[in-house]
Each structure stands twice: as structure tokens, then as C-alpha cells.
Design a protein. Structure first.
Length: 317
């Protein structure tokens, strides 16, 4: 549900997640079942707890450190669980399960083939156009550029529409105020996480600290002052990597005032992680170690000389 753009670290965040069973987290699963029942959809087959700010729903196989899970998989962010109250978490789960209900997560073979065909055809035309003589190339180049741009906008518009529909379902189920304050917290967590991940990950990992709790505490510090961060109310810069509307657009679609949402988000004192997970800190330390090891392994592989032959492998996500 995050409004952040696609990040290079997402495969590590997802791959280092841990599946929690109904026996291990009965209270969390009870909440998931409740939301699924109220939405009129089937509960997921798996619930994953991921360290970073990403929450997601997928029906594609997800490769973890110790296993691969298949079926309908709901991924929840541990950092967010530290900061959300139960209504906000209910809204988050409703958003992701609504994607299942509307089959956004189900691979659509014909639709995928159609969009891939259009994209490939446009790229072929663009490649051929560059090789044509100058007068023809100069004539066709603007048309090809227009076609590629419109295709990208069309794909992005479809993704944005799906997210806004899931936003509305979450707001109707858990309340607009809960969903809106969740969006604010998600935006803050994503900003703090990006700094911790890029600047302090190695040092924190050496100390065996729970990274999720560290990020959650740093995020709470942003709520210490009453002033709304200037950047939070600004529309995001356009980017081809964005798959979700920005927070400004999402709040506006529900008729929410950012200052009022900020006040509610600041007032939240309870923690869903403490209410619904048996030992969130122990889970946090385990996920932090997994994430640091996976990130370290990825860095080592990227810096190593390329072998003469290699076997391809898929990355979770």
C-alpha cells in the first residue's frame, strides 16, 4: 500500500520476511479473518511479517530465506505494526485484501500478453525508427515518443485507479480517519527507513539491534513537534517508477484535511505489534539479522567478478 516508488531494496525486504502461522500469531490472524469476512473475501493462505515499510498482497510465489510460500499471501510491515493502532491496522489489512477481492493480484494471462505485446511493438517501432534516414526519422520520432508516453501513462493510471479503489474499501471498513492516519504514518516510516537503510544499516546490524523498533522510535520523534513536516504536504515529483498515487492525491480522494489527519496520527499511543504479536522484539531481531545478511550477501555478489558461467535464479517479489 506504500506510496513510495519502487526501491532497489524491496527484494531484500520481502525475501527476509517471516511467515507467521495461526498458532504463532492467533490474535493477528483473528483480525485478518474478521476483515476478510467483512469484505466478503477469502482469508489469505499466508501472512508474512516484513521488516521494512512495505505491506503487500500477492498470489505469486514468494521466496523467503528458508522457504517459498505460494497462494494468496498478505505481507505486513513490522515497522508499521509498531506505530499503528488496531483500527489503522484493520484499514491496512482491508486495503490489501480488497486487492484480492477484486483480483488485482491474480495473474491475468491475456491482459499481460496484450500489454506486453503493445509495449514490445512500440519499442520495436522506436528501434526501427532510429535507423531510418534522417527525414523519415525526424517525422516519426515525435509520434513514437507520443505513443510510448501515452502507453506508460495508461499503465500508471490503471495502477493508480486500483489503489484508490482499495483505499476507499479500507476507509469504508475501518473508517476514513483510521485509513488517512495510516497513510501519514506510512509516508513518515518510508522516509525514515530510507535514511536508516542507506546510512546506518551496517552499524546497527553489527550491534544486533531491532531495526524495526529503531525506525519506529525515530518516526515517533517526528510526531514530537506539533508542526506538520513541509515535505509531507507536497505532491511527489512525477516518476516512471511510481506505482501508487502520492499521499496528497489519496487524501484528497477521500476528502481528508491533512492537518486534521496529522493531529490524529500524532495522538495514537497503542501499538498493534504489542497487542497482536507474542514477542515483537524477538521477531524484530530475527528479521533484522535476516535482512542484514541478505543485504550483505547481495553486496558481495554485486562486487564479485562475474563467473564464466552462471545459473539464473529468481528473487522474491
Amino acid at each position: 500500500m506504500t506510496s513510495a516508488p519502487t526501491r532497489a531494496g524491496l527484494p531484500d525486504e520481502i525475501g527476509s520476511a517471516r511467515a507467521v502461522t495461526r498458532t504463532q500469531a492467533p490474535a493477528l490472524w483473528a483480525l485478518v479473518d474478521e476483515v476478510a469476512r467483512r469484505l466478503g473475501t477469502t482469508p489469505p493462505d499466508n501472512v508474512l511479517i516484513a521488516l521494512g515499510p512495505l505491506s503487500f498482497g500477492t498470489e505469486s510465489p514468494v521466496r523467503l530465506v528458508d522457504t517459498t510460500v505460494t497462494g494468496r499471501t498478505l505481507g505486513l510491515s513490522l515497522v508499521l505494526l509498531y506505530l499503528l493502532d488496531e483500527d489503522e491496522l484493520r484499514a491496512l489489512i482491508a486495503h490489501e485484501l480488497d486487492h484480492f477481492r477484486r483480483q488485482d493480484t491474480r495473474p491475468k494471462r491475456l491482459e499481460t500478453l496484450f500489454t506486453d505485446f503493445i509495449g514490445t511493438a512500440l519499442l520495436v517501432v522506436a528501434t526501427v525508427t532510429v535507423r531510418l534516414p534522417d527525414p523519415i526519422c525526424a517525422l516519426l520520432r515525435p509520434l513514437v515518443r507520443f505513443g510510448l508516453t501515452r502507453f506508460a501513462f495508461w499503465q500508471q493510471a490503471r495502477m493508480f485507479e486500483r489503489e484508490l479503489l482499495a483505499d476507499r474499501a479500507a476507509a469504508e471498513l475501518a473508517g476514513t480517519a483510521a485509513w488517512a492516519s495510516l497513510l501519514v504514518k506510512s509516508a513518515l516510516v518510508t522516509a525514515v527507513w530510507s535514511v536508516v537503510e542507506s546510512e546506518f544499516l551496517r552499524d546497527l546490524a553489527k550491534q544486533a539491534l531491532p531495526l524495526g523498533a529503531v525506525v519506529a522510535r525515530a518516526t515517533r520523534e517526528l510526531f514530537a513537534g506539533s508542526d506538520l513536516p513541509d515535505w509531507l504536504g507536497q505532491p511527489d515529483e512525477p516518476s516512471g517508477l511510481w506505482t501508487h498515487p502520492d499521499i496528497v492525491e489519496r487524501l484528497a480522494a477521500l476528502g481528508c484535511d491533512l492537518l486534521q489527519v496529522w493531529a490524529r496520527a500524532r495522538s495514537t499511543k497503542t501499538s498493534a505489534a504489542k497487542l497482536l504479536l507474542e514477542d515483537p522484539i524477538a521477531l524484530d531481531i530475527q528479521l533484522s539479522d535476516r535482512f542484514a545478511r541478505r543485504r550483505s550477501s547481495a553486496s558481495s555478489e554485486s562486487s564479485a567478478p562475474s563467473p564464466s558461467t552462471s545459473d539464473g535464479h529468481d528473487t522474491a517479489g
